[in-house]
Design a protein around this ligand. Structure first.
Ligand code: AMP
Length: 455
């Protein structure tokens, strides 16, 4: 189903196109039409399902219908990181519309947030505690609210926000549309949903328990330091033509991409340090076949929908079995046959066994006949943290020793009999230790920036 069939406003369709989203995710396909029609929605959806767009797009659509000037939509989220991330996605969707948004959370000044409330910003994205602080003031009453979203409701309850949520609800206009999203649905959440929603459309989008049939899964035992060479080998043999390759860290994603580049394999990467524009370009290049390899960290890759993707390569074993199932689920969709290869070094065997338990069977181990498993290891993709610290300490020790010798020589050269020993000059002398204006600068709140926890 293409996005066009959702009949979203042309300015929203334009942003979606620019973001490179090919089609709605399942939760979007199910939630957007009833939400656009004004129905309440109760959705069981995890991070990575595309849930944010599932509530932002219908709200934007409805806000575009009528005149503006008052806060009409409120999204409640459990953490400031999530609120910042939702605002970022909101800004991306709202680029070609006049609709405005702001985030309200603790740990930053109240002033700009008060200003946003006073000027009637269209959409507020808030954590419950800080919002309550504002709602006590006359300017924070939200008397014209029409749309309410609870995002990650289960997490909000886990974090003890239920009393605040109830207090906020009591103050909001009772006639409103509510969209309720939660990854899990324990009875406490179900009860809260029942209280808050009127004849909701219910959507269940739990993660599937095992990867889809049609996926060939295989394990490639290999030394940690030979993983990059093995990937190049499998690509050059034609065992893999196109692959989404997952690494554990951003750093490893960068290093692996460089390694592939040196080996003549065109690759791009997406992770949290890459801008949305870079990610979109990388994804587009991968989809139209310009790069056979897309290297990604797990979080950045969530929501990627690459149709009939041939291969997923777990360059590192996912630490959580669920992540394995989720990643592997990207291949073999729509009855396509896909392969999921997992590179396992000796120290990752325990994590692998947990995955095998979760999927209920052992996975076949493959040894590649013409790969040199005894080859001299390539340069390690990352120096272990402890080793890095030890190296820095050793270097500093050497520098100090050298400086001491130099100082002693200098002292011996300049000292004349009967003269006092000169003072050593502190390296801090002459340095301006005060923070410069740039360093004390605080980022304006509510702007288009990534949340601090981004992957
Ligand atoms: P969420 O589940 O809302 O946290 O979304 C996870 C990621 O998927 C985000 O980075 C979104 O930008 C991305 N995303 C959302 N909808 C789509 C879509 N239809 N196609 C591709 N990516 C999407």
């Amino acid at each position: 189903m293409p996005f066009t069939s959702l009949k979203l406003h042309p300015s929203l369709q334009r942003s979606i196109k620019e973001l490179g989203f090919p089609r709605p995710t399942p939760v979007q396909a199910e939630a957007i039409p009833p939400a656009m029609a004004g129905r309440d929605v109760l959705a069981c959806a995890q991070t990575g399902s595309g849930k944010t767009a599932a509530f932002l797009l219908p709200i934007l659509q409805r806000l575009l219908d009528k005149p503006r000037g008052r806060t009409r939509a409120l999204v409640l989220a459990p953490t400031r990181e999530l609120a910042a991330q939702i605002l970022e996605e909101f800004n991306a969707f709202a680029t070609h519309t006049p609709i405005t948004g702001a985030a309200i959370y603790g740990g930053v000044g109240m002033g700009p947030q008060e200003h946003a409330l006073r000027t009637g910003v269209d959409v507020l994205i808030a954590t419950p505690g800080r919002l309550m602080d504002h709602m006590r003031a006359p300017y924070g009453k939200l008397a014209h609210l029409e749309y309410l979203v609870l995002d990650e409701a289960d997490r909000m309850l886990d974090m003890g926000f239920l009393p605040e949520i109830r207090r906020i609800l009591r103050q909001l206009p009772p006639r409103r549309q509510t969209l309720f999203f939660s990854a899990t649905m324990p009875s406490e959440i179900a009860n809260l949903a029942k209280e808050m929603l009127r004849e909701p459309v219910t959507i269940q989008k739990q993660r599937q328990a095992t990867p889809a049939a049609g996926i060939t899964q295989a394990i490639y035992p290999v030394a940690q330091d030979l993983k990059s060479s093995l990937l190049v080998h499998l690509l050059s043999r034609g065992d893999i033509q196109q692959a989404l390759v997952f690494t554990r860290t951003k750093h490893r994603a960068d290093r692996l991409t460089r390694f592939l580049d040196r080996a003549g394999v065109k690759a791009e990467r997406i992770h949290g340090n890459r801008s949305q524009a870079q990610r979109t370009a990388a994804l587009a290049g991968f989809k139209d076949g310009r790069f056979p390899v897309l290297v990604a960290t797990d979080i950045a890759a969530r929501g990627i929908d690459v149709e009939a993707l041939g291969h997923v390569v777990n360059f590192d074993v996912p630490a959580v079995p669920d992540d394995y199932i989720h990643r592997v689920g990207r291949t073999g969709r729509a009855e396509a046959i896909g392969d999921a290869f997992t590179f396992v070094s000796r120290d990752e065997e325990t994590d692998l066994r947990a995955i095998e338990r979760a999927i209920g069977r052992p996975l076949p181990r493959i040894t590649v006949p013409d790969f040199d498993y005894a080859a001299r290891p390539e340069a390690a993709l990352e120096v272990p943290h402890a080793q890095r610290i030890a190296e820095i300490r050793a270097r500093k020790r050497e520098e100090r020793a050298r400086a001491a010798i130099k100082a002693a020589r200098h002292a011996a050269a300049v000292r004349r009999p009967g003269q006092p020993v000169p003072h050593t000059v502190s390296p801090a002398h002459g340095e301006d230790r005060r923070p410069g204006p740039g360093r004390s600068h605080r980022r304006p709140h509510g702007g288009r920036r990534r949340g601090p926890h981004s992957s």
